[in-house]
Design a protein around this ligand. Structure first.
Ligand SMILES: NC(=O)c1ccc[n+]([C@@H]2O[C@H](COP(=O)([O-])OP(=O)(O)OC[C@H]3O[C@@H](n4cnc5c(N)ncnc54)[C@H](O)[C@@H]3O)[C@@H](O)[C@H]2O)c1
Length: 666
């Protein structure tokens, strides 16, 4: 078999549509030797006769953008997911995965589509457009007897394998421990050997901000039940949620708050992102005045109406106003991209968005000092609000870690280092971890590859039917999920492909997948891609986020995510992905995901039965071993009803141990 190569004809120079967001210049600290290396590395994709023309162009890209994107190799115009039949390929999976990639790069979906960034400021599908073209060619060539292997977006090639092996195996940004830090990663990315895949960006399973709306909604509703005394079947009318960010994932906050029935004010410095969310109807009113934002929120609260208000300005300015004017905030969070805090993820209050972009390109040192000063002010304002009764939770964006890194050690729980976490909980530690992940509930999703909204409607209905008969007495999580999927269509959440997010536990995911595969088999709907966010029960090891509620000290280990990835490959998932970084930054997490193509085959039923429960229960078992009570219950129940035998701990009496150690001289 011949490996695909790029055409020896030079593509036309790139054109950039006005109004499409562009990534800021990435940090570039390469010496001369590394610059030469970066150019040689990029030219490996290019037929030799074009090197003289492209070498200077690539050098210019490196100097002006901090990366070689190979803009010329981007297909002109809008890239978007087409119905699966419109793709070329020798197997259905090859076509389906092209569709998933295109969806991640859609102008309507991607944060910086020209720079291949899907979301999270730096989360890229590939490092450059040469990789995009080659992977597409490989996927057209892929058949059921080969596996395409990718290293950080680079297609290593098609390796002979077998029909029940993964069709694609991808890793992004995995570094050797000694070099697993942001500085070495930046160098590796600039010379073209590392991709920041975030989670579903490099894992090709992003479904637009809808993917996050359900999780954000769950977080708000559970936080209100836990902290504000809202009853389980109650409603958040009259409550106020304040946060920041209307970007890739953070953009979900407006929609989620409205669905939950609360008033929400979301600060955002970038007018273009506000406009995107306003056009989608995910925020309903926009103002540059903090006073106006709070008065609109007060009106909505008085009428117990859900309303999402965008405040065009810095979150610190908004909170300053609340503190000065003694405005009560019920729930408070932050979703700036603090995992990339000095790369443009967090805008200092002294500058506006445009000035921030210029400063980033020209004076990184000054930019950094402004970021630090703003984070410190942000911290003080939250301390004041919390003292007045606000419930603040970190939204897994490394916000508290970023404050700690400015030298504010008082944000660390032990006042010294981050080993014991921080003074405030992360949303996973108090909310999603114990209430959802520990049971196995996580962000299951599916994409109707026909592109037909009818297929999505049918699967929504089928999912609701299956949840209703999932267990004799539905848990409150099941009732929340049932309501979500029954109402999902009315929320108009689809952006890009016809996809649905629906939190489910191990058995729920298996049952739904079986039903969908049957529907495909019987021609009721076209083929479906199943997947999930990496941000899940077992998908991610990340002490500051997904594994923040692991308290046996194993939160610094990455065995779980790695094993889930390997086990998913062994059980025949269509795509398996393992990444470094994710939403919290390089060196702070290992996370993995999968894609499973439902083609209606009976063989796929077997993969569903083996792989989906493994994908979830591998995580629940680890959580049980860490002593998390809901996971222990879930594992005991699983041992009872399945052929698995998972280890359950004997939980020591902490009081007895503390007394013993106190009495003994250690
Ligand atoms: N939503 C979730 O479920 C979820 C889960 C885990 C982690 N996160 C984290 O949340 C962060 C945001 O993700 P994203 O995909 O939305 O990133 P993003 O970069 O697309 O959006 C962040 C937004 O914050 C804005 N911003 C930056 N500084 C600001 C400031 N000082 N005041 C007001 N606005 C400011 C930016 O302009 C940007 O639009 C990431 O770190 C991500 O990992 C989100």
């Amino acid at each position: 078999m011949q490996h695909p190569v790029l055409d020896s004809q030079l593509p036309p120079p790139p054109t950039f549509l006005a109004g499409i967001r562009r990534a800021p210049k990435r940090d570039l600290r390469l010496d001369r030797q590394d610059i030469e290396l970066a150019l040689c590395n990029a030219l490996r994709y290019i037929p030799e006769q074009l090197h003289r023309t492209l070498a200077p162009e690539f050098l210019h890209e490196l100097r002006t953008h901090g990366r070689i994107y190979g803009y010329r190799y981007r297909p002109a115009g809008r890239i978007q997911a087409k119905p699966i039949d419109a793709y070329q390929g020798r197997c259905l999976a090859g076509k389906a995965l092209q569709l998933m990639i295109d969806n991640n790069l859609d102008f309507e979906i991607a944060l910086y589509p020209y720079e291949l960034v899907t979301y999270g400021e730096t989360g890229q599908v590939f490092q450059n457009w040469m990789q995009y073209r080659l992977v597409k060619a490989y996927l057209e060539q892929l058949d059921d007897h080969h596996t395409l292997v990718l290293h950080s977006g680079h297609p290593l090639g098609l390796f002979p394998s077998r029909p029940d092996a993964p069709r694609v195996m991808t890793t992004n940004g995995l570094m050797v421990g000694l070099f697993d830090n942001p500085e070495d990663f930046h160098r590796a990315a600039a010379i073209g050997v590392a991709n920041y895949g975030q989670m579903t960006a490099g894992g090709w399973m992003y479904i637009g901000p809808q993917g996050i709306v359900h999780g954000t909604y769950n977080t708000l509703v559970i936080a209100a039940r836990q902290r504000l005394g809202v009853p389980v079947e109650g409603h958040l009318g009259g409550k106020l949620f304040v946060s920041s960010g209307l970007g890739g994932m953070s953009g979900a906050q407006g929609k989620a708050v409205e669905i939950a029935g609360a008033a929400g004010i979301i600060a955002e410095v970038d007018a273009s992102r506000i406009e995107t969310r306003r056009k989608q109807g995910w925020v309903s009113r926009v103002t540059t005045q903090a006073a106006v934002a709070f008065s609109w929120a007060a009106e909505a609260m008085a009428q117990k109406r859900g309303e999402a208000i965008a405040f065009h300005g810095n979150i610190v300015q908004l909170l300053d106003y609340a503190v000065q004017n003694r405005i009560a905030i019920d729930l408070l969070s932050d979703q700036t991209s603090c995992h990339a805090v000095y790369d443009g993820g967090y805008c200092p209050m002294q500058v506006d968005f445009e000035q921030r972009t210029a400063l980033l390109a020209h004076d990184k040192v000054h930019f950094r000092s402004l970021v630090d000063a703003t984070l410190q002010r942000h911290f003080k304002l939250i301390q004041e609000l919390v003292a007045r009764g606000t419930y603040f939770f970190d939204y897994g964006n490394s916000f508290m870690k970023a404050i700690y890194d400015t030298g504010e050690t008082s944000i660390a729980r032990n006042g010294r280092d981050t080993r014991d976490g921080f003074i405030w909980p992360s949303y996973v530690e108090d909310i999603l971890g114990p209430e959802l992940f520990d049971y196995g509930y996580g962000p299951f999703r599916w994409i109707c590859l026909s592109g037909k909204s009818d297929d999505l409607r049918r699967t929504d209905r089928a999912a609701a039917e299956e949840i209703e008969r999932l267990r004799p007495t539905l848990r409150y999580q099941d009732r929340d999920n049932l309501r979500w999927v029954q109402e999902a269509e009315s929320y108009q959440l689809v952006v890009g492909s016809q996809a649905r997010i629906l939190y489910q536990d191990a058995e729920g995911r298996r049952v739904l997948a079986r039903r969908f595969n049957k529907m495909v088999r019987e021609g009721e709907v076209g083929p479906i891609m199943l997947g999930r966010d990496h941000h899940d029960t077992g998908g991610t090891d990340s002490p500051f986020r997904e594994t923040a509620n692991i308290k046996d000290g194993s939160n610094i280990m990455a065995d779980m995510a790695t094993q889930i990835f390997a086990g998913n490959a062994a059980r025949g998932m269509t795509l398996v992905a393992l990444h470094n970084g994710g939403g919290v930054g390089i060196g702070k997490s290992i996370n993995g995901g999968f894609g499973l193509l439902l083609d209606g085959q009976e063989a796929t039923d077997r993969i569903i039965d083996q792989a989906l429960p493994w994908d979830v229960m591998g995580g629940v078992a680890r959580r049980a071993w860490a002593g998390n009570p809901h996971s222990i219950e879930t594992v005991a129940e699983y041992n009872h009803r399945s052929s698995g035998a998972l280890t359950i701990p004997f939980v020591a009496d902490r009081k007895l141990i503390a007394e013993l150690v106190e009495k003994t001289d250690v």
